[in-house]
Design a protein around this ligand. Structure first.
Ligand SMILES: Cc1cc2nc3c(=O)[nH]c(=O)nc-3n(C[C@H](O)[C@H](O)[C@H](O)COP(=O)(O)OP(=O)(O)OC[C@H]3O[C@@H](n4cnc5c(N)ncnc54)[C@H](O)[C@@H]3O)c2cc1C
Length: 523
């Protein structure tokens, strides 16, 4: 490394440290380093600070004299390395909760997120967070129960208190689908999640791509990260893949398939919408489908979820146009004059892991969003002057790679409300309700084994990557399930790392105790 570069980076580093907000972030020291002074720690770990450590791996590769034009052989590089207890890849719906859970157990935890913010599909694609409660409203006489608590509920409660979520507003219509509606302000969610990670002491690497895995026998030993600061290695004891695409697990040699069984989506938020006028229009057509009232722009008793009954109530031209672009109009909102999620669905000829196929879809979906906004402007009262206020930064997927785990939750498990001897939380929502519902408005259990990647000793997955049966996946893939999985896998990963267990050696009683202590609900 050039001396000038070192001096520059040290100067930048200390400038950052003078700012107290940056202090905790840039001055992060893993627990084991706490007793050393800063100079000793950096000497021992071979790094000098955030940017500087990684910057050392930036340099051009010299072109050899003769090369095969169809290939290029990349020469080996010496990369800077650091050591932690737990690495979590993907700071999305599951990953945020996972990292907080791990750090709260006392494990030195790194979260690696490709984008500049955290939150994932929950803040990019979804409509409402389904669902913290059982489906009690569809089953008269059944007790109302909050099934998912712990860190996911803490996230929502904190967000609600600062005006960034609607809490658990009861559905007024279509409550045989979900009994409550938890709508979020996506921007506040990003900040809220980021702050909770920071407070938990997670070492947060945003704008950083997990690009490779180092493994030995059946264990993952480290991950290779890429960022503008360069390429680097993080070694750890336990790993959790929360990337949605299962990038970590795939690199680690996990068994997987790519079912390509869902449409991909870009979703848009529409601004300048008169929501009450829209409601009056649907009501005049006797076509109000989904409906919930809650706090909107600080005022209670306002519409926060609205959609028609199927396509009924809309003009024929609108329905025809919407079908052509795969548009789904059910939406939620936490603000006046705004509908947060209008979705454009598109089937791909192959898995969304194919970059070139996805590039075409990104373009097509942006065209569809403009067409969709135009359809609203032209045909639906209340939308005359609407515009696209938000889009997902890139297309959202409902499933990419499906990872083989020690247990595969079946649709029968979901519908029967099965519980297991190694449940890590319970869940009760099905996205195909009212056609498919968990028995008696109850819950089923997510077993620990469903998160353990087959044949790999120290790797968990959480989120949309589990559950092969499409209909069962229509339950397990939903946001609140992903969050519950995240709390379980983050806690387990930390306990394994701190006690030198492989994932199959962790005593269930130890995990259960830690989860119950962290307010996870079981029945
Ligand atoms: C259009 C749409 C609508 C939906 N509607 C609802 C709904 O209304 N209610 C509901 O409950 N559920 C809904 N779902 C389902 C739910 O939102 C998702 O299944 C869930 O959010 C997935 O969570 P996850 O943690 O698995 O992935 P994500 O939340 O997508 O998180 C993955 C994270 O990993 C990051 N990442 C990926 N690869 C890498 C890498 N190599 N290195 C570093 N970071 C990486 C990504 O940037 C992302 O932040 C919807 C899904 C879609 C697509």
């Amino acid at each position: 490394m050039k001396t000038g570069m070192v001096a520059n980076s040290i100067a930048n580093y200390y400038q950052c440290c003078r700012n107290t907000d940056y202090n905790r972030f840039y001055n992060y020291k893993p627990n084991s380093a706490k007793k050393m002074n800063r100079r000793d720690f950096y000497k021992k770990s071979g790094v000098l600070g955030f940017g500087l450590m990684a910057g050392s791996s930036i340099s051009a590769i010299q072109l050899p004299e003769s090369t095969d034009p169809a290939f290029f052989e990349e020469e080996a590089k010496k990369l800077p390395a650091r050591h932690f207890d737990v690495v979590i890849a993907g700071g999305g719906t599951a990953g945020v909760i996972c990292a907080i859970a791990s750090a709260r157990q006392g494990a030195r935890t790194v979260l690696v997120e490709n984008k500049g913010y955290v939150g994932g599909t929950a803040v990019e694609g979804g409509t409402a967070l389904h669902s913290f409660y059982n489906l009690w409203k569809a089953f008269p006489g059944v007790e109302k129960r909050q099934l998912v608590r712990g860190i996911p509920a803490e996230m929502v409660d904190r967000l609600t208190a600062r005006g960034g979520a609607t809490g658990y507003a009861e559905m007024v219509k279509h409550f045989d689908y979900d009994s409550v509606c938890t709508a979020i302000d996506t921007e506040m969610y990003k900040l809220n999640a980021f702050e909770m990670l920071d407070e938990a002491g997670v070492y947060i690497c945003v704008n950083t791509l997990l690009a490779g895995v180092i493994s030995k026998n059946n264990r993952v030993e480290g991950v290779i990260l890429e960022s503008r600061s360069g390429r680097e290695v993080i070694f750890a004891k336990s790993f959790v893949d929360c990337t949605g695409y299962a990038d970590l697990a795939a690199h680690a040699g996990a068994e997987y398939s790519e079912p390509n069984d869902y449409a991909v989506v870009n979703s848009m938020g529409l601004g300048n919408v008169d929501i009450e006028e829209y409601y009056r229009y649907l009501a005049s057509q006797d076509a109000v489908g989904q409906l919930a009232y809650g706090v909107r722009s600080g005022e209670p008793g306002k519409i926060i979820r609205l959609g028609s009954e199927g396509s009924s109530g809309y003009p024929d031209e609108f329905v025809k146009g919407a079908r052509e672009i795969g548009m789904s109009a059910i939406s939620t909102t936490t603000h006046d004059n705004y509908l947060m999620f209008i979705k454009m669905n598109m089937n791909l000829p192959e898995s969304p892991t194919n970059r070139d196929t996805v590039a075409k879809a990104e373009l097509e979906l942006r065209k569809r969003m403009q067409t969709g906004a135009e359809l609203f402007r032209k045909y639906i009262p209340g939308f005359e002057k609407t515009f696209i206020a938000r889009t997902s930064p890139s297309l959202c997927i409902r499933r990419g790679r499906l990872i083989n785990c020690d247990y595969d939750i079946t649709h029968e498990n979901v519908l029967n409300g099965d519980h297991f001897e190694d449940d890590v939380f319970v869940y009760g929502f099905h996205d195909m309700a009212p056609r498919f519902k968990v028995k008696d408005g109850g819950s089923y259990g997510i077993p620990y084994r469903a998160l353990c990647v087959k044949n790999i000793e120290n790797l968990y997955v959480s989120g949309m990557m589990i559950t092969s049966d499409h209909n069962a996946h229509m339950s397990t893939r939903n946001t609140v399930s992903c969050m519950g999985q995240g709390q379980a896998s983050g806690t387990a990963a930390a306990l394994c790392a701190l006690n030198d267990f492989g994932s199959r050696e962790l005593p269930y009683s130890m995990l259960r105790k830690a989860l119950e202590k962290a307010n996870v609900y079981f029945e």
